[in-house]
Design a protein. Structure first.
Length: 303
């Protein structure tokens, strides 16, 4: 954590403690509108949320976690968030590359099905449950699409994380996919997990609050590994009366930077035939890979 970030955090906590120690009843101070900091420890996010909730009311705070590279991360580079963005960049830079997968979203679904995920830090589940046990509303907001819901819930459950008990109402969410207000693609909200299909996270969170009928929180505490997602939410709620404290989670940064694209490409070449066989034997209920083919105009690069 940077010195500036630590000073900011200490300032928030010291202000709260000094106000709490003043004799006689004191009105709650105004919550600063937007604060952006960085940490490699989810405990910092939980500690801040709990301190502010104690000061301003636990029913007035909403805690929002990203999933990929914030709560969980893939066991290998293949299929990871960084692999996905490398593949997207590759499609624009070298569309005929032999390392480019044929249908990125379908390939991602197959890899989510086949691979496991690990917590980003040993006490990830504990940090989530600390907030839930304290009575805070806690949800997950992910750029994954609704077609990945089964794989996503499986890995959250396997790693001891559940959001339904702390979800925005209704606790079990909505049974069907829907296009959120301000969105363009289907999304899904179930058991406290909002799968937004890569849409603007600020617009999506605002649409979810509207759809669920939840009262606007006084404070949203966020943790996400991507600064642009935090910025999107901060801009959406600017001037709304809802303050946003955003934490850019950095623990996976080294793994993101260390993606071995050659190794990932080789792993995909090895895994794709096996995944195709699984689909052929058991059907496309869990993923649906297209038959391998040479892209039009790429014949020379893929003899």
């Amino acid at each position: 954590m940077s010195t500036q970030t630590m000073k900011l955090f200490l300032l928030i906590i010291m202000t709260a403690l000094l106000n709490a120690c003043t004799s006689g009843p004191q009105p709650s101070p105004a919550i600063p509108q937007n604060l952006l900091a960085e940490t490699d420890d989810l405990a910092m996010v939980s500690d801040t949320a709990l301190q502010l909730a104690d000061r301003h009311g636990r029913d007035r705070v909403l805690v929002v976690f990203d999933i990929d590279n914030t709560l969980l991360a893939m066991e290998q580079g293949l299929g990871s968030d960084q692999w996905h963005y490398w593949q997207k960049d590759l499609a624009g830079e070298d569309p005929c590359s032999t390392m480019r997968v044929q249908d990125l979203l379908k390939a991602q679904g197959a890899l989510f099905y086949a691979s496991a995920m690990r917590p980003t830090q040993p006490d990830t589940a504990l940090q989530v449950s600390r907030l839930q046990d304290a009575g805070l509303t806690v949800i997950a907001l992910t750029s994954r699409g609704p077609e990945y819901s089964l794989q996503t819930f499986r890995e959250l459950r396997r790693n001891g994380i559940s959001f339904w008990s702390s979800a925005l109402p209704p606790a079990r969410g909505f049974p069907d996919w829907f296009v959120p207000e301000g969105g363009e693609r289907d999304a899904l909200y179930q058991d406290g997990v909002f799968l937004t299909a890569g849409q603007h996270k600020g617009v999506m969170l605002k649409a979810l609050l509207t759809k669920t009928g939840a009262a606007s929180p006084a404070l949203i505490v966020l943790a996400d590994d991507k600064a642009e997602n935090l910025q999107a939410i901060m801009e959406t709620f600017e001037g709304s009366g809802t303050a946003v404290h955003a934490w850019r989670y950095s623990r996976e940064d080294a793994n993101v930077a260390a993606l071995d694209t050659q190794q990932a490409a080789a792993q995909w070449d090895a895994a794709e035939p096996a995944l195709m066989t699984i689909e052929e034997v058991f059907g496309p209920d869990n993923f649906d890979l297209p038959e391998p083919m040479v892209r039009e105009g790429c014949e020379a690069a893929n003899p």
